[in-house]
Write a protein that binds this ligand. Structure first.
Ligand code: LHQ
Length: 261
């Protein structure tokens, strides 16, 4: 599928979606959101078992395109409506997708661009990539799930510092702080993300989806409720073909051949 603001590339069992407005550092427009929704539908329809989200050119994304003709302007713009229409559904969708979603972040990830990346399950960034909570420079509140992700992953002190100062956080520092999975050499970001997606595509996809749900729930509920969730999710995982195959492969001393069910 070739569309104007994103690229969708089907690979062997996994897909890559590239935000593709390199001359505008892949800033999000309403049209890009529409095309992203179609691409994410396609990931599911194609039965993909992992997804890489990245940006074309020298950045991941500079966030909302402040010059987009569909961006609310005027004396009393309703930015909440933009979030409700575009960003909240996007980050909810990424979290709900029943497959691992990997963000490959190079260059700048600013504003909503940073927080869409951080909504992904696994974030791989270049050591010199920059996550910028640019909102403070505009008099805005971090959005696209950023207040949740930053506060939960980093605690209130670092979340508050990043949000109020809009200081860039490098990929190296983000990994050291536990905000992202891994920082790699700048020229290795996409190769590492692609390799991980290819490995995930051969993995126990159903088990991954249930694991994703378990880790997400742990951000929201207490220990006892989480034990109950683990029980329910493990019950489901234990009834998959991949669990049966995993045990069989172990006993037969061979690599498992997971089918994703
Ligand atoms: C851009 C943008 C951009 C348009 C670069 N828009 N054109 C708010 C409201 C409601 C709902 C949703 O969410 C949000 C949250 C947000 O995301 S608000 C936006 C947050 N992002 C920013 O404030 C970042 C603005 N951009 C920058 O500060 C710089 O561009 C950075 C520091 C990212 C990169 O700087 P440079 O490397 O010097 O590149 P540049 O500034 O020359 O940008 C290249 C081009 O991209 C340039 O266009 P031009 O036609 O002049 O070459 C920029 O105007 C354009 N661009 N970000 N967000």
């Amino acid at each position: 599928m070739t569309v104007s603001t994103i690229r969708y590339e089907p690979m062997a069992g996994w897909a890559r979606i590239t935000l593709h407005r390199p001359d505008k550092l892949n800033a999000f427009t309403a049209a890009m959101h529409t095309e992203l929704r179609v691409a994410l539908d396609r990931v599911v329809a194609d039965g993909m078992r992992a997804l890489v989200l990245t940006g074309a050119g020298r950045a991941f994304s500079a966030g909302q395109d402040l010059a987009d003709r569909d961006f609310p302007t005027g004396e009393q713009p309703d930015l909440g409506a933009t979030l409700e229409r575009d960003y909240a559904p996007l980050v909810r969708r990424i979290r709900a997708l029943e497959l691992p979603v990997i963000a490959a972040v190079h260059g700048v990830a600013a504003g909503a661009g940073a927080n869409v990346a951080l909504a992904c399950d696994v974030v791989i960034a270049g050591r010199s990539a920059r996550f910028v909570q640019a909102f403070a420079k505009l008099g805005l509140v971090p959005d696209a799930g950023g207040t949740f992700t930053l506060a939960r992953h980093l605690g209130p002190a670092r979340a508050m510092g990043l949000a109020l100062t809009a200081e860039p956080l490098t990929g190296e520092q983000a990994a050291a702080w536990g905000l992202i999975w891994r920082a790699v050499d700048d020229d290795r970001v996409l190769a590492e993300a692609d390799a991980l997606a290819a490995a995930f595509a051969d993995g126990p996809t159903r088990g991954f989806a249930l694991t994703k749900r378990a880790i997400q729930r742990a951000q929201e509920q207490g220990f006892d409720a989480q034990l109950d969730a683990e029980r329910d999710l493990q019950r489901e995982a234990g009834r998959t073909a991949d669990y049966r195959e995993g045990v069989r492969a172990f006993l037969e001393k061979r690599a498992p051949r997971f089918v994703g069910r």
